[in-house]
Design a protein around this ligand. Sequence first.
Ligand code: FES
Length: 161
Amino acid sequence: MAQADLDQRAESLLDRGLPGRWYVVAKSGEVPNGAVRAVKALGRDLVVWRGADGKARCIEDRCPHRGARISLGQVSDSDLACRYHGVTLDGEGRIVRVPAIGNCGLEGRKTNDAYAVTEAADGIFVRRRFDRHPARTHLRPSAGLQIWPRGSRTWLMTHHT
Ligand code: FES
């Protein structure tokens, strides 16, 4: 296989995310309580938000109603409500509210992929929740940790101890 093909394959794997690994998507301080942020990570458009409880959550950035970017919406308690018609999802990617229809049968249905979220050293890290691999990266806050955006990816540099 040619070097260019190998490079492209490695880039593709990095874009999708390696199983069991955590990927930084934002600085914790960039997503305060009640904030919503669209991010591109693991080869997808994702949305990260922080609920009133202070916990960060991450799901794919798509409204199950008409496919709008749900990152344009707003935080409602610990959930995320779409700006257009108010369909509201929780951090598990489940519909919790359809305001236009009382007792809507879609409530409780999982429509969006959800990502495991953890925070360390002022960074918000996500991991594919649907992979079968346990997390292998131990996140230890490090004085040498730096996070910065570069192109469509956010990069993390840290000193291993
Ligand atoms: S497009 Fe999101 S609720 Fe209608």
